[in-house]
Ligand binder design. Structure first.
Ligand SMILES: [Fe+2]
Length: 162
């Protein structure tokens, strides 16, 4: 691939800081992809009496995550980084584990997703503190909002459980 030179950036965050922040964002982007695909998987392969409700609920949630994926990748670009763009890169950087396609009951799928959201929320909480300590207020704000959206999604999932 040909090297493409961009104009240097002068936004008050030096290159080293921006590289660290982009690496943090790349980890977030990777987990978002795993969670996105897992929700699609469950949207397709769910069985049981709550099929219809959960089928639609998962669609609403993965659509929300799809938007977050785009925003996260574009934030990397705004900081002068290159967004990872392949499944291999996402799987390598992700801390969440994907699951193969297979029939699953509603309750089991919810429990798996609640756990994944907990992992993502904890990861984002650490990431916010990291980028704050680097002086990147913009990314701290972005990741805080993302963490809040995961807290909201986690709450909705948890509320399905008895
Ligand atoms: Fe669908």
């Amino acid at each position: 691939m040909k090297d493409i030179e961009m104009l240097p950036m002068n936004i008050g965050l030096d290159e080293e800081v921006r590289e660290k922040v982009c690496a943090t964002l790349a980890g977030v982007l990777a987990n978002q992809h795993v969670l996105y695909i897992k929700k699609r998987n469950y949207h397709w392969n769910l069985v049981g009496e709550r099929f219809h409700t959960l089928h639609e609920f998962y669609e609403a949630q993965y659509t929300q995550i799809e938007k977050a994926i785009d925003e996260t990748a574009e934030r990397i670009r705004q900081l002068g980084g290159v967004a990872p763009g392949s499944m291999a890169e996402f799987l390598e950087a992700a801390t969440l584990e994907e699951v193969k396609g297979g029939l699953i009951h509603g309750e089991d799928s919810i429990k798996a997703l609640v756990n994944d959201h907990d992992v993502v929320i904890k990861g984002l909480r650490t990431a916010v503190a990291e980028v704050e300590s680097q002086g990147d207020a913009g990314t701290a704000d972005f990741l805080t909002a993302l963490m809040q959206s995961h807290e909201q999604m986690g709450w909705m999932l948890r509320s399905f459980l008895r």
